[in-house]
Design a protein around this ligand. Structure first.
Ligand code: ADP
Ligand code: TRP
Length: 325
Protein backbone atom coordinates (compact mmCIF):
# COMPACT_ATOMS: atom_id res chain seq x y z
CA UNK A 1 0.00 0.00 0.00
CA UNK A 2 1.35 3.40 -0.96
CA UNK A 3 0.50 6.44 1.14
CA UNK A 4 1.18 9.87 -0.31
CA UNK A 5 0.69 13.41 0.87
CA UNK A 6 2.04 16.90 0.24
CA UNK A 7 2.44 19.98 2.36
CA UNK A 8 2.83 23.50 1.01
CA UNK A 9 5.78 25.63 2.05
CA UNK A 10 3.74 28.74 2.65
CA UNK A 11 4.74 29.79 6.16
CA UNK A 12 5.69 28.56 9.63
CA UNK A 13 3.85 25.36 10.53
CA UNK A 14 1.48 25.46 13.49
CA UNK A 15 -0.39 23.21 15.92
CA UNK A 16 -3.26 22.79 13.42
CA UNK A 17 -0.84 21.50 10.77
CA UNK A 18 0.88 19.31 13.34
CA UNK A 19 -2.16 17.55 14.83
CA UNK A 20 -4.27 17.67 11.66
CA UNK A 21 -1.70 16.61 9.08
CA UNK A 22 1.85 15.93 10.26
CA UNK A 23 1.24 13.60 13.20
CA UNK A 24 -1.16 11.36 11.23
CA UNK A 25 1.39 11.26 8.38
CA UNK A 26 4.15 10.33 10.82
CA UNK A 27 2.02 7.50 12.28
CA UNK A 28 1.14 6.24 8.79
CA UNK A 29 4.82 5.57 8.09
CA UNK A 30 4.23 2.28 9.96
CA UNK A 31 1.37 1.19 7.71
CA UNK A 32 2.79 1.18 4.24
CA UNK A 33 5.16 2.83 1.81
CA UNK A 34 5.07 6.50 2.77
CA UNK A 35 5.70 9.08 0.03
CA UNK A 36 5.71 12.66 1.36
CA UNK A 37 6.72 15.79 -0.51
CA UNK A 38 7.05 19.53 -0.09
CA UNK A 39 4.63 21.11 -2.57
CA UNK A 40 6.77 24.01 -3.77
CA UNK A 41 5.16 24.20 -7.24
CA UNK A 42 1.79 24.58 -5.52
CA UNK A 43 3.07 27.42 -3.35
CA UNK A 44 3.64 29.48 -6.51
CA UNK A 45 -0.10 30.09 -6.79
CA UNK A 46 0.03 32.30 -3.70
CA UNK A 47 3.65 33.05 -2.74
CA UNK A 48 5.76 35.07 -5.17
CA UNK A 49 9.00 35.72 -3.28
CA UNK A 50 11.83 33.38 -4.35
CA UNK A 51 13.93 33.77 -1.19
CA UNK A 52 10.89 33.15 0.98
CA UNK A 53 9.96 30.03 -0.97
CA UNK A 54 13.49 28.69 -0.55
CA UNK A 55 13.41 29.42 3.19
CA UNK A 56 9.91 27.99 3.80
CA UNK A 57 10.82 24.85 1.84
CA UNK A 58 13.82 24.25 4.07
CA UNK A 59 11.71 25.07 7.15
CA UNK A 60 9.11 22.45 6.23
CA UNK A 61 11.88 19.89 5.74
CA UNK A 62 13.41 20.71 9.12
CA UNK A 63 10.03 20.79 10.89
CA UNK A 64 8.89 17.48 9.46
CA UNK A 65 12.15 15.67 10.14
CA UNK A 66 12.38 17.14 13.64
CA UNK A 67 8.82 16.00 14.41
CA UNK A 68 9.54 12.38 13.57
CA UNK A 69 9.55 11.82 9.85
CA UNK A 70 11.98 8.94 9.42
CA UNK A 71 13.98 8.96 6.17
CA UNK A 72 14.56 5.23 6.61
CA UNK A 73 10.81 4.61 6.50
CA UNK A 74 9.59 7.14 3.97
CA UNK A 75 10.48 8.84 0.73
CA UNK A 76 10.65 12.61 1.30
CA UNK A 77 11.37 15.09 -1.49
CA UNK A 78 10.83 18.55 -2.97
CA UNK A 79 8.07 18.47 -5.56
CA UNK A 80 10.10 20.38 -8.16
CA UNK A 81 12.91 17.80 -8.02
CA UNK A 82 10.54 15.43 -9.82
CA UNK A 83 9.49 17.64 -12.75
CA UNK A 84 7.72 14.70 -14.42
CA UNK A 85 4.75 15.84 -12.38
CA UNK A 86 4.35 18.93 -14.58
CA UNK A 87 4.34 16.79 -17.71
CA UNK A 88 1.67 14.53 -16.28
CA UNK A 89 -0.36 17.56 -15.15
CA UNK A 90 -0.56 18.68 -18.78
CA UNK A 91 -1.73 15.29 -19.94
CA UNK A 92 -4.36 15.14 -17.20
CA UNK A 93 -5.56 18.64 -17.95
CA UNK A 94 -6.73 17.46 -21.37
CA UNK A 95 -9.25 15.09 -19.78
CA UNK A 96 -10.36 17.55 -17.07
CA UNK A 97 -13.63 19.40 -17.67
CA UNK A 98 -13.49 23.15 -16.91
CA UNK A 99 -16.71 22.79 -14.92
CA UNK A 100 -15.05 20.41 -12.50
CA UNK A 101 -12.39 23.00 -11.66
CA UNK A 102 -14.87 25.88 -11.51
CA UNK A 103 -16.77 24.05 -8.80
CA UNK A 104 -13.72 23.74 -6.50
CA UNK A 105 -14.22 25.60 -3.21
CA UNK A 106 -10.59 26.64 -2.95
CA UNK A 107 -10.91 28.49 -6.25
CA UNK A 108 -14.42 29.81 -5.68
CA UNK A 109 -13.45 31.17 -2.26
CA UNK A 110 -10.46 33.04 -3.68
CA UNK A 111 -12.60 34.61 -6.40
CA UNK A 112 -15.31 35.52 -3.88
CA UNK A 113 -12.70 37.33 -1.76
CA UNK A 114 -11.47 39.52 -4.62
CA UNK A 115 -12.35 43.16 -4.10
CA UNK A 116 -13.52 43.54 -7.70
CA UNK A 117 -14.89 39.99 -8.04
CA UNK A 118 -13.12 39.80 -11.40
CA UNK A 119 -12.17 36.19 -12.16
CA UNK A 120 -9.85 37.49 -14.89
CA UNK A 121 -7.22 38.60 -12.37
CA UNK A 122 -6.85 35.14 -10.75
CA UNK A 123 -3.80 33.29 -12.03
CA UNK A 124 -4.32 30.16 -14.11
CA UNK A 125 -2.19 28.16 -11.65
CA UNK A 126 -4.74 28.68 -8.92
CA UNK A 127 -7.51 27.51 -11.24
CA UNK A 128 -5.53 24.51 -12.47
CA UNK A 129 -4.15 23.63 -9.00
CA UNK A 130 -6.37 20.53 -8.53
CA UNK A 131 -4.96 19.09 -11.79
CA UNK A 132 -1.41 19.43 -10.49
CA UNK A 133 -2.56 17.84 -7.25
CA UNK A 134 -4.08 14.96 -9.23
CA UNK A 135 -0.74 14.55 -11.03
CA UNK A 136 1.07 14.52 -7.65
CA UNK A 137 -1.09 11.63 -6.54
CA UNK A 138 -1.49 9.60 -9.74
CA UNK A 139 2.20 9.80 -10.69
CA UNK A 140 3.04 7.49 -7.77
CA UNK A 141 0.23 4.90 -7.96
CA UNK A 142 -0.92 6.18 -4.58
CA UNK A 143 -3.58 4.20 -2.75
CA UNK A 144 -4.18 6.33 0.33
CA UNK A 145 -3.93 10.10 0.62
CA UNK A 146 -4.15 11.48 4.17
CA UNK A 147 -5.47 15.04 4.08
CA UNK A 148 -7.50 17.50 6.09
CA UNK A 149 -11.21 17.97 5.45
CA UNK A 150 -10.49 21.04 3.32
CA UNK A 151 -8.80 18.85 0.70
CA UNK A 152 -11.62 16.32 0.34
CA UNK A 153 -12.99 17.91 -2.81
CA UNK A 154 -9.56 17.90 -4.46
CA UNK A 155 -9.35 14.17 -3.86
CA UNK A 156 -12.73 13.71 -5.52
CA UNK A 157 -11.44 15.68 -8.50
CA UNK A 158 -8.36 13.43 -8.60
CA UNK A 159 -10.52 10.32 -8.66
CA UNK A 160 -12.70 11.78 -11.43
CA UNK A 161 -9.63 12.61 -13.51
CA UNK A 162 -8.13 9.13 -13.02
CA UNK A 163 -11.38 7.44 -14.01
CA UNK A 164 -11.78 9.71 -17.04
CA UNK A 165 -8.23 9.01 -18.24
CA UNK A 166 -8.67 5.27 -17.70
CA UNK A 167 -11.90 5.34 -19.72
CA UNK A 168 -10.33 7.36 -22.51
CA UNK A 169 -6.98 5.57 -22.82
CA UNK A 170 -7.40 2.25 -21.03
CA UNK A 171 -6.54 1.21 -17.48
CA UNK A 172 -3.54 3.37 -16.52
CA UNK A 173 -3.92 4.91 -13.08
CA UNK A 174 -4.69 3.63 -9.61
CA UNK A 175 -7.82 5.39 -8.32
CA UNK A 176 -6.77 6.70 -4.87
CA UNK A 177 -8.72 7.13 -1.67
CA UNK A 178 -8.67 10.03 0.76
CA UNK A 179 -7.96 9.25 4.40
CA UNK A 180 -9.60 11.96 6.45
CA UNK A 181 -9.31 11.59 10.17
CA UNK A 182 -12.59 12.99 11.40
CA UNK A 183 -11.50 12.38 14.99
CA UNK A 184 -8.80 15.01 14.72
CA UNK A 185 -10.90 17.91 15.89
CA UNK A 186 -10.23 21.10 14.05
CA UNK A 187 -7.55 22.80 16.11
CA UNK A 188 -8.80 26.27 17.07
CA UNK A 189 -6.59 29.32 16.76
CA UNK A 190 -5.98 31.86 19.55
CA UNK A 191 -9.01 33.83 18.36
CA UNK A 192 -11.37 30.83 18.33
CA UNK A 193 -11.55 30.47 14.53
CA UNK A 194 -9.83 27.52 12.79
CA UNK A 195 -6.10 27.86 13.36
CA UNK A 196 -4.68 28.98 10.01
CA UNK A 197 -1.68 30.84 8.61
CA UNK A 198 -4.10 33.03 6.69
CA UNK A 199 -5.92 34.18 9.84
CA UNK A 200 -2.78 35.15 11.79
CA UNK A 201 -4.08 33.21 14.81
CA UNK A 202 -1.53 30.43 15.02
CA UNK A 203 0.67 28.92 17.67
CA UNK A 204 3.74 27.83 15.75
CA UNK A 205 5.29 24.43 16.45
CA UNK A 206 8.71 26.00 16.73
CA UNK A 207 7.73 29.46 17.87
CA UNK A 208 10.20 31.55 19.80
CA UNK A 209 9.77 31.15 23.59
CA UNK A 210 8.99 34.69 24.69
CA UNK A 211 6.77 35.53 21.73
CA UNK A 212 4.78 32.31 22.07
CA UNK A 213 4.31 32.78 25.82
CA UNK A 214 3.01 36.25 25.11
CA UNK A 215 0.62 34.94 22.47
CA UNK A 216 -0.76 32.28 24.80
CA UNK A 217 -1.06 34.61 27.79
CA UNK A 218 -2.84 37.06 25.49
CA UNK A 219 -5.70 34.66 24.63
CA UNK A 220 -8.81 36.67 25.46
CA UNK A 221 -11.06 35.23 28.18
CA UNK A 222 -14.27 36.50 29.76
CA UNK A 223 -14.35 38.63 32.91
CA UNK A 224 -15.73 36.08 35.39
CA UNK A 225 -13.77 35.78 38.65
CA UNK A 226 -11.65 32.68 39.34
CA UNK A 227 -14.07 31.60 42.11
CA UNK A 228 -17.10 31.54 39.87
CA UNK A 229 -18.04 28.02 38.64
CA UNK A 230 -17.98 27.82 34.83
CA UNK A 231 -20.47 25.28 33.46
CA UNK A 232 -19.29 26.07 29.91
CA UNK A 233 -15.65 25.13 30.67
CA UNK A 234 -15.48 22.79 27.67
CA UNK A 235 -15.86 25.82 25.37
CA UNK A 236 -12.86 27.56 26.89
CA UNK A 237 -10.21 28.04 24.21
CA UNK A 238 -7.21 27.34 26.45
CA UNK A 239 -8.91 24.15 27.71
CA UNK A 240 -9.50 23.05 24.11
CA UNK A 241 -5.87 23.66 23.16
CA UNK A 242 -4.63 21.95 26.30
CA UNK A 243 -6.77 18.91 25.44
CA UNK A 244 -5.14 18.72 22.01
CA UNK A 245 -1.69 18.62 23.64
CA UNK A 246 -2.58 16.49 26.66
CA UNK A 247 -6.10 15.07 26.88
CA UNK A 248 -5.95 14.15 30.57
CA UNK A 249 -4.60 17.47 31.73
CA UNK A 250 -7.11 19.28 29.52
CA UNK A 251 -9.95 17.39 31.18
CA UNK A 252 -8.51 18.08 34.62
CA UNK A 253 -8.48 21.82 33.96
CA UNK A 254 -11.95 21.69 32.44
CA UNK A 255 -13.19 20.19 35.73
CA UNK A 256 -11.29 22.80 37.75
CA UNK A 257 -12.94 25.63 35.84
CA UNK A 258 -16.33 23.97 36.12
CA UNK A 259 -16.04 23.80 39.91
CA UNK A 260 -14.52 27.26 40.26
CA UNK A 261 -11.39 28.36 42.08
CA UNK A 262 -8.93 28.28 39.19
CA UNK A 263 -7.93 31.48 37.41
CA UNK A 264 -7.54 31.86 33.67
CA UNK A 265 -3.95 33.05 34.19
CA UNK A 266 -2.97 29.72 35.79
CA UNK A 267 -4.68 27.82 32.99
CA UNK A 268 -2.82 29.75 30.28
CA UNK A 269 0.47 29.40 32.14
CA UNK A 270 -0.08 25.64 32.22
CA UNK A 271 -0.96 25.64 28.53
CA UNK A 272 2.30 27.36 27.67
CA UNK A 273 4.33 24.98 29.86
CA UNK A 274 2.74 21.91 28.35
CA UNK A 275 3.20 23.23 24.80
CA UNK A 276 6.83 24.08 25.51
CA UNK A 277 7.57 20.66 27.00
CA UNK A 278 5.62 18.78 24.33
CA UNK A 279 7.89 20.03 21.58
CA UNK A 280 11.13 20.07 23.61
CA UNK A 281 12.58 16.89 22.04
CA UNK A 282 11.60 18.03 18.54
CA UNK A 283 13.08 21.45 19.25
CA UNK A 284 16.50 20.05 20.05
CA UNK A 285 16.29 17.67 17.11
CA UNK A 286 15.48 20.64 14.89
CA UNK A 287 18.46 22.61 16.16
CA UNK A 288 20.67 19.60 15.42
CA UNK A 289 19.29 19.31 11.90
CA UNK A 290 19.61 23.05 11.26
CA UNK A 291 23.30 22.75 12.08
CA UNK A 292 23.62 19.91 9.60
CA UNK A 293 21.96 21.11 6.42
CA UNK A 294 24.09 18.82 4.29
CA UNK A 295 22.32 15.91 5.92
CA UNK A 296 18.88 17.47 5.36
CA UNK A 297 19.61 18.23 1.71
CA UNK A 298 20.97 14.72 1.34
CA UNK A 299 17.69 13.28 2.64
CA UNK A 300 15.75 15.36 0.10
CA UNK A 301 18.10 14.44 -2.75
CA UNK A 302 17.89 10.74 -1.98
CA UNK A 303 14.12 11.08 -1.68
CA UNK A 304 13.93 12.80 -5.06
CA UNK A 305 15.93 10.02 -6.68
CA UNK A 306 13.67 7.31 -5.28
CA UNK A 307 10.51 9.25 -6.11
CA UNK A 308 11.75 9.95 -9.61
CA UNK A 309 12.36 6.28 -10.33
CA UNK A 310 8.72 5.49 -9.50
CA UNK A 311 7.46 8.57 -11.37
CA UNK A 312 9.33 7.68 -14.56
CA UNK A 313 7.73 4.24 -14.64
CA UNK A 314 4.20 5.55 -14.22
CA UNK A 315 4.74 8.40 -16.68
CA UNK A 316 6.03 5.96 -19.31
CA UNK A 317 2.90 3.87 -18.82
CA UNK A 318 0.69 6.95 -19.24
CA UNK A 319 2.56 8.13 -22.34
CA UNK A 320 2.25 4.76 -23.92
CA UNK A 321 -1.48 4.67 -23.17
CA UNK A 322 -2.08 7.88 -25.08
CA UNK A 323 0.40 7.37 -27.89
CA UNK A 324 3.14 9.72 -26.77
CA UNK A 325 5.79 7.04 -26.68
P1 ADP B 1 -3.27 26.84 6.71
O1 ADP B 1 -4.76 26.89 6.90
O2 ADP B 1 -2.53 27.29 7.92
O3 ADP B 1 -2.80 27.56 5.44
P2 ADP B 1 -2.82 24.47 5.15
O4 ADP B 1 -4.06 24.74 4.36
O5 ADP B 1 -1.49 24.69 4.50
O6 ADP B 1 -2.90 25.32 6.51
O7 ADP B 1 -2.93 23.01 5.71
C1 ADP B 1 -1.92 22.01 5.68
C2 ADP B 1 -2.50 20.79 6.35
O8 ADP B 1 -2.78 21.04 7.75
C3 ADP B 1 -3.83 20.33 5.74
O9 ADP B 1 -3.85 18.91 5.67
C4 ADP B 1 -4.87 20.84 6.70
O10 ADP B 1 -6.05 20.07 6.69
C5 ADP B 1 -4.15 20.77 8.05
N1 ADP B 1 -4.65 21.83 8.95
C6 ADP B 1 -4.47 23.16 8.79
N2 ADP B 1 -5.05 23.86 9.79
C7 ADP B 1 -5.63 22.95 10.62
C8 ADP B 1 -6.38 23.04 11.84
N3 ADP B 1 -6.62 24.21 12.42
N4 ADP B 1 -6.81 21.90 12.43
C9 ADP B 1 -6.55 20.68 11.84
N5 ADP B 1 -5.84 20.54 10.69
C10 ADP B 1 -5.39 21.63 10.07
N1 TRP C 1 -3.21 20.93 -1.61
C1 TRP C 1 -2.63 20.47 -0.36
C2 TRP C 1 -2.80 21.54 0.74
O1 TRP C 1 -2.87 22.70 0.43
C3 TRP C 1 -1.17 20.15 -0.53
C4 TRP C 1 -0.98 19.12 -1.59
C5 TRP C 1 -0.48 19.32 -2.84
C6 TRP C 1 -1.29 17.73 -1.50
N2 TRP C 1 -0.43 18.15 -3.54
C7 TRP C 1 -0.93 17.16 -2.75
C8 TRP C 1 -1.85 16.93 -0.49
C9 TRP C 1 -1.13 15.80 -3.00
C10 TRP C 1 -2.04 15.58 -0.77
C11 TRP C 1 -1.69 15.01 -2.01
O2 TRP C 1 -2.83 21.20 1.91
Amino acid sequence: MRILTGIQPSGALHLGNYFGAMLPAIHLQQEGEAFYFIANYHSMTSLTDAAQRRQFTLDVALDFLACGLDPARCVFWRQSDVPEVAELAWMLSTVTPMGLLRRCHSYKDKVAKLADGDEGSVNHGLFAYPVLMAADILLFDSNIVPVGRDQKQHLEVTRDIAIKFNEQYGQTFVVPEARIREEVALVPGIDGQKMSKSYGNTIEIFGEEKATRKKIMGIVMDSRTPQEPKPDADKNLAVQLLKVLNADLGKEFEEKLRTGGTGYGDLKKKLFEVYWEYFAPARSKRAELAANLDYVNGVLDTGAEKARAVARGVLARAKQACGLD
